[in-house]
Design a protein around this ligand. Sequence first.
Ligand code: IPE
Ligand code: IPE
Ligand code: MG
Ligand code: MG
Ligand code: MG
Length: 324
Amino acid sequence: MRILNDLRKIFVQYLNENLFTQSPKELYEPNNYFLNIGGKRMRPVLVLLGSHLYNKRYEDVLPAAMAIEYFHNFSLIHDDIMDAAPLRRGQATIHEKYNSNTAILSGDALLVYAYKFLSLIPQENLKTILEIFSDTAIEVCEGQQLDMNFETQASVTEDEYIWMIRQKTSVVLAAAIKIGSLIGGASNEDAESLFQYALNLGIAFQIQDDILDCYGNIELVGKQPGGDIIQNKKTLLLIRALNHCQDAGDKTLIDIMNKKYSNSSEKIKDVLNIYEKYQIKNSVEQSKQSYIDKAIAHLDAILLEKEKKDILFQLTEYLVKRDY
Ligand code: IPE
Ligand code: IPE
Ligand code: MG
Ligand code: MG
Ligand code: MG
């Protein structure tokens, strides 16, 4: 764990040295606010780690790490508008604290600054990495659109859900480690195995995010509890519960989803009762584990010394057992 904490510290120092000082402050201050209220910094840590496995010249990868963290925060700022989320990292979201126009524009600026940082990476990597980054960003938009389509789509299969979370979440983690490793000098084969490792890890990560949305401790998670339930998000928990209900000829869950509740905590309680009845949490945890196993299997193909592979095992453990 020490190396992961060290990488996080190196990144956070770089982030703090590069906070926005430009004007107008109404555009930049919300971004400083959002970047400063915390976050696990997983994606930049993955960029730095990708490089660390091959070459420890962090100065070559820090701009790419920054680009990925900026992109991630841009996507969260807009996601919070789309999900009507009031809280993030234990603080008010930008559209709540300021307003939606500010959240749209400050988020846009953050996306453009991500590209400005990306342009600072070593020339020999630039073309390849720009392409990976842009392809990833487009996939996130596609995933986010599917996520919204599914809110009102009556039936969503588990395969459709996995594809949606691959696009909205996993590809960013996968691109982060791939980009870091390529700048660090990894072979294309190793970079691809690391990509596949993080892609599966990312699916487990989003399943854990869905679990925490229902069962997490608000003090740790820092998001509105049950936000996904309130929005009828087609999480793996909801899809699986809907399937159980359909098999049992039980219409209660559909009725709950269609009902207008004046008190959202009532809706959350009603849905959680159904999850309890069909032991959904446990079954979803098992699916999460199957993606962790798939992730780890991809590490076999990478030629790295044991000490370095151990870092990847530690990371796997931390990411999916997290309680925030
Ligand atoms: C939240 O990501 C959005 C998802 C893709 C699940 P994180 O849980 O990494 O958010 P922060 O950056 O640590 O707040
Ligand atoms: C967000 O997924 C994924 C992106 C921001 C691209 P969620 O909507 O589940 O993330 P949280 O729960 O708000 O962090
Ligand atoms: Mg969302
Ligand atoms: Mg959200
Ligand atoms: Mg979520």
